[in-house]
Design a protein around this ligand. Structure first.
Ligand code: ZN
Length: 238
């Protein structure tokens, strides 16, 4: 507790605070409640002026996306991965059109939004920075540890899950996994339905997980955009 006050007032610089916090965290790891306090300190230290990562309006984490800002009521400002590690990608289905998903994520009354929306034509819109915690999983710790991707369509309409959508989403997920060091497997790339405590069923039984994981793996190993574009062209309409 005292460390927090000292850190805020010392003006000793963010690196000093960080190192000290980490040392405290390691030293008391065996003592449960004290470790929790150190953890809390680590999660707030970036709020000291000058510590937060620089951001610019409209800045993207995924270059092929376009930016439309979600309402600030639908996410929480954070500084991931420094305050919360990111180790899950959560797949959603919108139960509506792309435009309606954008609209509700801009609505402060909606109280939920994902980082990204992928359309049936493959377009990707980013609405929340990966630094920040989006309210999309219906579970606080899963919100804090995950990046959420919506897909345009309805869970009971398999025809909504187009080849372009699968491929575009897979490239996005591959990029997220690479950026955050997330393993490409079903333990770390999950459906909203798999989040503990959720009452949501998306992406539903028609979401083709083996196909999706295969595409994510292909995009991960392809690396450069050129190889991914070639893979995209060889696949016909579906
Ligand atoms: Zn969902």
């Amino acid at each position: 507790m005292g460390t927090r006050g000292t850190a805020g007032g010392s003006g000793g610089g963010p690196r000093g605070i960080s190192r000290r916090t980490l040392l405290i965290g390691g030293g008391v790891a065996a003592a449960g409640t004290a470790a929790l306090t150190a953890e809390e300190i680590r999660r707030v230290w970036w709020r000291v002026p000058g510590v937060e990562k620089p951001r610019k309006a409209g800045e993207l984490d995924y270059a092929p996306a376009s930016w439309i800002a979600a309402s600030e009521a639908n996410w929480r400002r954070a500084d991931r991965p420094d305050d919360y590690g990111v180790d899950r990608v959560i797949i959603h289905v919108t139960q509506g059109s792309f435009a309606s998903a954008v609209r509700v994520f801009q609505d402060p009354a909606h109280q939920a939004a994902t980082h990204y929306i992928v359309g049936q034509n493959g377009r990707v819109t980013q609405m929340i920075r990966e630094l920040d915690v989006a309210y999309h999983a219906g579970n606080r710790s899963f919100n804090e540890r995950s990046i959420g991707i919506e897909h345009e369509g309805f869970v009971d309409r398999p025809q909504d899950f187009t080849a372009k959508m699968y491929e575009s989403s897979a490239r996005l997920t591959a990029a997220i996994c690479k950026r955050h060091g997330i393993p490409v497997d079903r333990e770390h790339i999950i459906g909203h339905v798999e989040v503990p405590g959720t009452d949501h069923t998306d992406p539903g039984p028609h979401w083709d997980w083996p196909r999706y994981l295969k595409l994510v793996r292909a995009a991960s190993t392809a690396g450069a955009g050129g190889t991914q574009a070639r893979a995209f062209r060889t696949r016909g309409p579906n």
